[in-house]
Design a protein around this ligand. Structure first.
Ligand SMILES: Nc1nc2c(c(=O)[nH]1)N[C@H]1C(S)=C(S)[C@@H](COP(=O)(O)O)O[C@H]1N2
Ligand SMILES: [Mo]
Length: 253
């Protein structure tokens, strides 16, 4: 009991350090320390529960008839920079996903290569911490296929997803651990609702890590970096929102 209270205080303190920065949408609930601490406790419980029950339980999947008529776009709705604009204009013909860091074989994978891998399609519910949800269909190769191609080294503990957008003046990024990286529903989606990803939803490629909150679903992914620690990556807390507003890193749902 006292441990819980101590960790709560610790997390509230951590959250308070990240305060004072801009930020719309997703941080609204987080401005209330009480909410933050509830989520922090839930975060620990979720990780323990999901992992304790065999680690790879599946997120619920839905029927096509249950798909939301409108799936709103949130956070960045555009990629940034000249390179991105050029790739967008050319339909991402010369674009490639970089996979590097703690891998035996660094890769530059064109979209055609990602589409040529065995595909997984899934209709799932996206839950944004801001308080909205939407059910959408996603398709792409399982992330584990790409990791096998790159031969991720055993010392890799995390994958960092670097994104091609700038949000509130800084690059967006996210990270997951190797358990979630190998989850069967963790895919690199190039298609949404049966069509290539639109720019607003992170074209040409985004992460779908289905047992997690919306902000973990990195859009505009250009590089996947395998690492043994999150220290030294931007603020060190593993993600854009984690660094700024004390958002939970695991963020299981
Ligand atoms: N690169 C990038 N990824 C991102 C974001 C962002 O701003 N930039 N926003 C996150 C948040 S908070 C949510 S809810 C979802 C929104 O995805 P959507 O635009 O497809 O609805 O993307 C997540 N991934
Ligand atoms: Mo979100």
């Amino acid at each position: 009991m006292s441990r819980l209270i101590l960790s709560r205080r610790g997390l509230i303190r951590t959250g308070a350090l990240g305060g004072g920065l801009l930020l719309s949408g997703c941080d609204k609930l987080y401005q209330q320390p009480g909410f933050r601490s509830v989520l922090a406790d839930a975060e620990n419980l979720h990780r323990i529960t999901q992992r304790g029950l065999g680690g790879q339980s599946l997120a619920r999947e839905y029927a096509p008839s249950q798909m939301s008529p409108v799936f709103r776009a949130n956070g960045s709705t555009q990629g940034a920079g000249e390179d991105y604009k050029r790739h967008l204009a050319s339909g991402f013909a010369g674009w490639a996903l970089r996979v590097d860091g703690l891998v035996e074989r660094p890769l530059d994978l064109p979209l055609t290569a990602l589409k040529a891998l065995p595909q997984r399609a899934q209709i799932t519910r996206h839950d944004c911490v801001e308080g909205w949800s939407a059910i959408g269909g996603w398709q792409g190769p399982q992330l584990s296929r790409v990791l096998d191609l790159a031969r991720v080294k055993p010392e890799a503990k995390y994958l960092v997803f670097h994104c091609a957008d700038i949000y509130g003046g800084a690059p967006y990024y996210e990270s997951i651990d190797m358990v979630d990286a190998h989850h069967p529903q963790t895919i690199l989606a190039w298609a949404m609702n049966g069509r290539p990803l639109e720019e607003a939803h992170g074209a040409p490629l985004r992460l779908r890590v289905e047992r997690h909150l919306g902000y973990k679903q990195a859009k505009f992914v250009t590089r996947i970096e395998a690492r043994d620690t999150l220290a030294g990556v931007y603020g060190g807390k593993g993600g854009y929102w984690e660094d700024r507003s004390g958002y939970a890193w695991y963020a299981g749902i």
